[in-house]
Design a protein around this ligand. Sequence first.
Ligand SMILES: [Zn+2]
Ligand SMILES: [Zn+2]
Length: 338
Amino acid sequence: MKGIYFKEPHNIKFKTDLSKPELKPDEVLVKVKYCGICGSDIESYETGALMLTGIILGHEFSGDVIEVGDKVKKIKIGTRVTANPNLPCGKCYWCIHDQENMCKDSYGLGLTHNGALAEYIKVKEDRLHKLPDNISYEEGAMVEPLAVATYAVQESGIKLGENAVVIGAGTIGLLTIQVLNAAGAGKIIVIEPVESKQKKALEVGADVVLNPKNWSKISKFTKKIGADHVFDCVAIPQTINNTMKIVKKGGHITFIGIHVEPFQVEGFLQLLLKNISIRGVFSYTNDTFTDTITLLEKRKINVKPLITKIIKLEEVPEMFKILSQLEHEEIKVLTKIQ
Ligand SMILES: [Zn+2]
Ligand SMILES: [Zn+2]
């Protein structure tokens, strides 16, 4: 079968001779329709930090069930699906305390196991989620990144009417803006350098968009008090250090963006002097995945403006090179597999 093979950092290959997955009794074979390219795929492509080499990439996907294992009970052939790509053990301390995203074994489809940038993927039955009729396959491939934003907003504890600064208007930033609106946030201020993404942020519901040159203007838009909540979807040293400056005393910072390399923290004292609460969020739980599908089904979120390009499987390696550049125009690139 055709698929995208992660050989090593800076080296992914379009292959046509990959073997079609063989099912275990509790697994289902999905014929992949669409699969998104994620920021974490690019991070791994550049640093090798997150995904294992020697696997097929891709964890944001939709498709049709075409074969089921002998022990599969709930899912039938022909069902339209997406999947939670995390593969928790189900037995460790975190798994039995409803924190499967903290499982001691961080296994995942397109991470440690073969992913969905391929014609077929095998998935355990309990990881599959049915797509309601009003959610298209393209939208179905957006459920996974939307679950990241949904979880971040859920975990931030934001209350009705509280304002928020969202740093970065890439996929996760644009989804976070929309989830914040669905959650009843007050004013939403976005920091983004790329003009096309600034426009997109306003289109999906931001109230104010600022260039990173204008961090100091946040004060004006928050009545000189500072932001109730800050969501850093970029997490480069400059943004991380600025979060502590723009958040109000007693405010909350949520880190969603991934940062791998060490860097110098400025103004650490502010953290104490301002009573700041900081938290990182990673992935999402299976319950959040279900909540996310409901948000889409009820049309609380519009993922369509985020899809800037649809490419073919063979075009993926070239697209990874483009997406590796810090300031590109793409938001979500989907691969149409079949
Ligand atoms: Zn992703
Ligand atoms: Zn576990």
